[in-house]
Write a protein that binds this ligand. Structure first.
Ligand code: NDP
Length: 487
């Protein structure tokens, strides 16, 4: 069975077939695309929990709760401390932490703490509204997510690449016409980071309250029994306002990620204003990160079927993370280099750039292999040979069985998470250009290592719950998670 554009436009999409048969893009607009309201498979109204076997881990153990509380309390502090470290301590992490621990808190705040400003707050609000308008009104293909544990198959507006292009064109025009200082973000960074933190927290509170008061898909909620864990990891899987306003896709994939390349460019401009030139290290950071960001938007449809969208519930982790952690800490290399330029010899610069791009190529090709094999229901070639797959099934809360497949050839036949490996190579390359004088600009690579290693573990338990013996069979064939012979 295949889905035609007409079927998608008229809303007559056979929603009970696996997404793999549906995931072609359909050009339309939200206004034109008004599917009937009963188009989703509705879960039984009494369902309280959704397939705990492959939904997320419950998380009410006290260690987990303590860990989540610490992250909620301290991560915002860390994001702000990075700012203090760069401005007042030459990027030195240890002197910053020492001052933090030995100075009276009030004195520390008065001397160092980033301050909110009216201008930065107004600009931030304008930025959110601008991105929201682009998300809502730019023409958009419709992409489909993965079937949720409760059986929903949600459509999404995937117009991120248009939003990115429009935003960057508007910014370039504003700079060239003299309306905007290219270093405006860098110069107002502290105020922007403070207001982003406030927004990130508010968003997490709204997500928590909405999940209790007016959930979008009741049966896809998950309660762990711990308020803290629920606040941190989220309750709703795909919270929405109305039919199209998807909280998760908008916040994960727009204000923060679109800003990423603009922030890097702004710090590059600031480096130029401060030092009279742009270092080759800064150029490489901008190039590598731009690859990653533009790739994300070009392949936004693929993102709909990654763990962020299909598995992680929407709480502080994603809400605050995408609004503060991502733009605040993923750009630390550019923030660092703006103040403390690093000049690499040409061979070193070329080697790092090449390694970084190789990491990106691996990352993209692994993700592509999974996507194409699922889109074509296994009827495709991988590395010149017919894809080898394990055909499997899984059950949703509404009792229906669905088909899926696990790719066992290509990258996915070597290790289970080669995409993480490519991502890590790219991350480390972006940090390596900052040299080894300070650890702060390496933060992105350190964080990605921890994040992706933890993902290997939790993805394993999720897939084991979802596919059972078939997953074990796959793991029997592909023994290594990340690096053959090592892990
Ligand atoms: P994946 O895209 O690898 O998705 C994992 C899921 O894929 C599994 O849960 C399973 O889901 C499915 N799957 C597992 N094995 C197979 C197989 N053999 N064949 C087919 N499908 C399989 O991981 P993520 O969503 O974590 O990450 C996506 C990308 O995003 C990665 O490249 C990662 O590096 C990057 N990333 C970047 C982050 C950042 O902050 N920069 C953060 C996190 C990720 P199911 O069967 O249910 O579809």
């Amino acid at each position: 069975m295949s889905t035609t554009i007409t079927e998608a436009l008229t809303g007559k999409v056979p929603f009970d077939v696996p997404y793999t048969l549906l995931s072609g893009r359909h050009w339309t607009t939200a206004q034109a695309h008004k599917p009937p309201s009963n188009k989703f498979v509705q879960p039984p109204p009494t369902a309280k929990h959704v397939n705990p076997a492959w939904g997320r881990f419950s998380g009410n153990e006290w260690v987990t709760v303590m860990g989540c509380s610490a992250i909620v309390l301290f991560c915002p502090l860390l994001a702000l401390l990075a700012c203090v470290c760069l401005k007042h301590f030459d990027g030195g992490l240890l002197p910053t932490l020492w001052a933090f621990m030995t100075t009276h808190p009030v004195e520390f705040i008065v001397r160092y703490a980033p301050r909110p400003t009216a201008g930065a707050s107004a600009a931030y609000a304008g930025w959110l509204l601008f991105q929201a308008a682009l998300y809502a009104w730019l023409p958009s293909p419709i992409g489909y997510g993965q079937r949720t544990p409760a059986g929903h198959l949600l459509p999404y507006r995937v117009n991120g690449i248009h939003a990115w292009v429009v935003t960057h064109v508007v910014s370039v025009v504003a700079v060239y016409t003299g309306m905007l200082d290219p270093a405006v973000i860098a110069k107002n960074w502290e105020g922007l980071l403070v207001v982003a933190n406030v927004y990130g927290y508010l968003l997490a509170v709204v997500a928590y309250l909405k999940a209790h008061l007016f959930p979008t898909h009741e049966a896809d909620r998950k309660f762990s029994g711990s308020m803290v864990y629920d606040f941190y990891m989220g309750i709703e899987l795909n919270p929405r306002f109305g039919e199209w306003w998807d909280f998760k896709l908008f916040h994960n994939g727009r204000p923060g990620i679109v800003a990423w390349t603009l922030i890097n460019l702004s710090f590059a401009a600031w480096q130029f204003q401060l030092h009279g030139y742009i270092s080759n290290s800064m150029i490489i950071v901008n190039i590598l990160h731009a690859f990653y960001v533009v790739d994300f938007f070009i392949n936004e449809d693929w993102y709909l079927r990654t763990i962020d969208i299909c598995h992680d519930h929407y709480g502080f982790y994603l809400a605050w993370g995408s609004m503060v952690w991502l733009p605040g800490t993923y750009t630390l290399q550019a923030q660092y280099l703006a103040r403390y330029p690093v000049d690499l010899s040409t061979p070193v610069a070329a080697a790092i750039l090449l390694i970084g791009i190789s990491g990106y190529v691996v990352f993209r090709s692994v993700n592509y292999q999974k996507d194409i094999v699922r889109r074509t229901n296994g009827e495709c070639n991988i590395w010149g040979k017919k894809a080898e797959v394990i055909r499997t099934t899984y059950k949703t809360e509404d009792g229906k069985m669905h088909e899926s497949l696990l790719l066992c050839s290509g990258w996915w036949g070597i290790v289970r998470h080669a995409n993480y490996l490519g991502d890590l190579v790219l991350s480390y390359s972006g940090c390596a250009v900052c040299g080894v004088h300070n650890i702060l600009p390496w933060w992105y690579a350190v964080f990605m290592t921890a994040l992706l290693l933890q993902r290997c573990v939790r993805d394993h338990s999720r897939c084991l719950g979802k596919y059972g013996e078939d997953w074990e069979r796959y793991c029997g064939r592909v023994k290594w998670k990340l690096i053959p012979g090592v892990y």
